[in-house]
Design a binder for this molecule. Structure first.
Ligand code: ADP
Length: 214
């Protein structure tokens, strides 16, 4: 959030003199209380200042950086996720390479015939499989994929910050967004979205382009 010059001035006055009434702040700036009202409203709504009835305004000590963090936590996967691209576990390495090019994605989610998540395939998994002398049309992806339960997933209501942490900690490019269900006593995951480093970048730009109470 970008503060204008007058808002910055108000903050420094409150920092030095707080608690201070709106009337006194206006006096110090040679402005009317009414002129200041919108600025004071913005500064309290965004958390820079706090207001107590009959006491006045005081500085909360929060910095812009803390707000950024708080707002990042509030951005959820469902707001930024993309459409998932899935392939069946019986597909060949050759088919998976074609799908990756046609769909223009870097990660494919592998499902069984009931459409439950069983694994994940990255570009390097497919490159590695292509380095040997095997016939790519006869090698099934199920033998080269990273399989469940080793696939890191996320839920639509998870925070984008949580996703960013998982991507960095596990050194991976993307996560399937899943809906967990119990079928015949087994927990299965249905793929409902895809969240990648691109979506994290979009969330980052969104925060930079919107002010604190957007
Ligand atoms: P690339 O290998 O193309 O750089 P990644 O860094 O995403 O892409 O993948 C690295 C390895 O991690 C691959 O073997 C891939 O199968 C595996 N992988 C990718 N995404 C996940 C995930 N969400 N959970 C578990 N393993 C993953």
């Amino acid at each position: 959030m970008e503060l204008n010059n007058r808002q910055e001035l108000i903050i420094s006055i409150v920092k030095e003199n707080g608690p201070i009434t709106g009337e006194k702040i206006a006096e110090k700036l040679s402005l009317t209380r009414a002129t200041l009202r919108p600025d004071l409203a913005i500064l309290t709504m965004s958390g820079f200042l706090d207001a107590r009835p009959r006491v006045g305004y005081f500085y909360t000590g929060k910095t812009g950086g803390q707000f950024f963090n708080e707002r990042m936590i509030k951005l959820t996967v469902e707001e930024f996720q993309s459409t998932p691209v899935v392939v069946n576990e019986s597909a060949s390495v050759y088919d998976a390479i074609c799908t990756m090019f046609l769909e223009d994605v870097g990660t494919l989610f592998v499902v069984n015939k009931k459409e439950h998540l069983v694994g994940i395939l990255s570009r390097k998994d497919l490159l590695r499989a292509s380095m040997g002398k095997q016939d790519l049309e006869s090698v099934p992806i199920s033998i080269i994929m990273t399989r469940m339960p080793n696939v890191t997933t996320c839920k639509p209501t998870d925070s984008m910050l949580e996703v960013a942490n998982k991507l960095i900690n596990k050194q991976i490019d993307g996560l399937p967004v899943v809906k967990e269900m119990e079928v015949d006593g087994l927990i299965i995951q249905e793929v409902i979205g895809r969240v990648t480093k691109t979506n994290i970048s979009k969330a980052f730009i969104y925060l930079a382009n919107n002010d604190a109470h957007a």
